[in-house]
Design a binder for this molecule. Structure first.
Ligand code: NDP
Length: 301
């Protein structure tokens, strides 16, 4: 591949987008043939880029890797040095991929709420898609930062898991998934949404005056059948979250904050480790909402 840094990959992961790429459920793969895997961690073996030298531990998320550029499901990768982030000392390579693109996106979402001025004293924070990757990491992060978290899930059986991550309350996602009213009772000061569609519309309609909602995902759908009422009557902010093309400084900030604000015991508790050959089995499962938390792929196993 084109690029100026060669990396020996140690771990990759399965994100929702990898599920789409592996199954072909959406046109994520845009060059054929392609090695999928939208993220990886590894050690630089060769570099013509000023920022990197052999032996550096680096993380890659997005930039079209696993879509148009050979990705993380391989022992070796060649990418642009500008795409790489230095792995913080406090995070091991395996844990970096337990976090993965999903967890880094959770951190971007929390940073989005913080920038909007949402504070623990303002009220509860809702996390949708709670038992998935983005949701699980978001709950752990928000709880550690002192927020009271409400988890929305379709899996009542995961209540104990979500409480162990730090959720104070759990609601059934069916409460949010059907067409709703333009404005509802004010229930939360903020939300991290990974689901989109009617869920996001209802989340907005129940956000308190001056609150903020981050939108990163489309697990229910890509549509947004909402009204402007929450924006014009309650001053609610809707914050878009993109991990793929996020500028380098924002990425480094997110990884540095993950090193500081993510409880590693909780991260370990939400992570399943698999080998490269298992990726094909897990890809359809993540799209079906059957994967709990995060999945690390040991590309050498
Ligand atoms: P996961 O599959 O791990 O989590 C998604 C969760 O959403 C599921 O676990 C489930 O949670 C819930 N869910 C699934 N289907 C539905 C449905 N039909 N209606 C309502 N809820 C549903 O995926 P990830 O955490 O990896 O990704 C979550 C979303 O965020 C995806 O859409 C992904 O594309 C997006 N994303 C976007 C990024 C960006 O840069 N903007 C980066 C990373 C992810 P439960 O069982 O608890 O209800």
């Amino acid at each position: 591949m084109e690029g100026d840094v060669t990396i020996e990959v140690s771990y990759s992961t399965i994100n929702y987008k990898d599920g789409l790429a592996m199954t072909g459920a959406a046109p994520v793969v845009r060059t054929w043939p392609l090695v999928p895997g939208i993220d990886f961690v590894g050690t630089v073996t060769k570099s013509e880029h000023a920022d990197w030298k052999a032996g550096d531990q680096v993380v890659l998320n997005g930039w079209g890797v696993g879509e148009t550029h050979f990705g993380g499901y391989a022992g070796r990768a060649r990418v642009k040095g500008d795409w790489l982030v230095r792995l913080p000392d406090a995070i091991s390579p395996e844990r970096a991929m337990a976090i993965g693109t999903a967890g880094y996106t959770s951190m971007l979402s929390v940073l989005g709420l913080e920038r909007q001025g949402v504070k623990p004293d303002d009220g509860d924070i809702l996390v949708t898609g709670a038992a998935g990757g983005v949701g699980s990491v978001a709950i752990a992060l928000l709880a550690k930062l002192g927020y009271r978290v409400i988890a929305s899930t379709g899996r009542a059986s995961e209540a104990d898991y979500l409480k162990a991550l730090g959720a104070a309350d759990i609601i059934d996602r069916n409460e949010l998934s059907e067409p709703g009213r333009p404005l509802g009772k004010e229930r939360w000061a903020g939300a991290v949404d990974a689901v989109g569609s009617h869920t996001l519309a209802n989340v907005l309609s129940m956000t308190k005056y001056g609150g903020a909602v981050t939108a990163c995902g489309l697990a229910q759908g890509m549509d947004l059948p909402a009204s402007v009422a929450p924006f014009i009557l309650r001053g609610v902010q809707l914050i878009g979250i993109d991990s793929v093309m996020a500028p380098k400084a924002r990425r480094q900030e997110a990884w540095d904050r993950l090193a500081k604000d993510l409880d590693l015991a909780k991260l370990d508790a939400m992570t399943t480790k698999i080998g490269l050959a298992d990726v094909a089995t897990f890809a359809p499962q993540i799209l079906a909402g059957q994967v709990r938390g995060r999945v690390v792929v040991d590309v050498n196993a």
